[in-house]
Write a protein that binds this ligand. Sequence first.
Ligand SMILES: [Zn+2]
Length: 361
Amino acid sequence: MPDWRIVFALSFVIVTLGTDLLVHRRQRLRASRGADAWDPRRRQLRPEVARALGPLPIDDYLAPCVVAAVHVQLLLLAALVGWFGHPIAAGAAACVLAATRLRALQEVTHYAVHGTLTARRGTGLAVAAWLFQFPFGRATIEARAKHHVQEHHPHVNDPARDPNLIEYVELGFNPPLRGPAFLRLAFFPVTPRGLAATVRSTWAHLRAAPVPIVVAASLLVGALTLVGGATAAAVCYAIPLFVVYPLLSWWSQLVEHRWFRSRPASGIDREYVSGRVLNVSRFTRWCLEASVLPFGDSLHLAHSMYPGIRWNHLGFVHAVHMERDSEYRAVALDVVWWPGSARSIVGDVFRNFSQTPVAGS
Ligand SMILES: [Zn+2]
């Protein structure tokens, strides 16, 4: 690939992500200007502030560019793999980096099913379908919306209705899990059973929508092959899709909630029981966002409480709740590793699955 194409591709990524940042920073400053953003009676943002942080009309044009910018990152990676002649170590690094781009695509298109990727819901759903669901052999966007918005969000930790919790139970991951059982949970997608499950689900999705999946996947694989060669397509598409990306996606699901907690009957209290707040440093959050928890996924409780707010503003929501909301602060963790620490994210996931759940804990 001649240099000017790389310059153009990089410029597109930087200008698109920079514009998205600036446009929504301005939106946030406008929404939170003047009166206090916090409603002490409801222990939440004032509804008009939350409403003002949804998608803007310009997002109908900007959001498709943001999603395309992640595809461009994948193509740049393929070009680099082709350029460096793909020695094994570089290929493995590219494979992991490509998987983080797939995670980014999964997460940014997740806002489409909430209707917050774009102002016109149909535009967001079409972007999600054609730039993530079809090229990567996922479920149809309608099936994803039903699974995530209708079944998961309102029923987190409901053993009869939350599809994520039901999946853990079906796979035999009921707490308490210790030793090898916990390791099997932590690395399930790369176990033989997990790999077989990924192949089975991709096959089922392909059978459900063969034409759009074959067309979209062929276009993407063709583009990756064109810029980096067949090995680049394997390293940036096939291996991440079936091996590394499912693992990152699984880890994100493990972290997003405290699973198997009983659900208080109503409202926002339910979110605190199932939620987990990652109150980490700016650098740590950047590392998490660049890898396992992109596009605001490191602020998942804020998203659960306000699914109508875009990822751009979840940092603001988090800051307001940390300052004003003692219950939100009470479930906050500020260290990633240190499995033994009560403040550690990894330790909290381990405790979650290694202890027998206590009603309401
Ligand atoms: Zn969601």
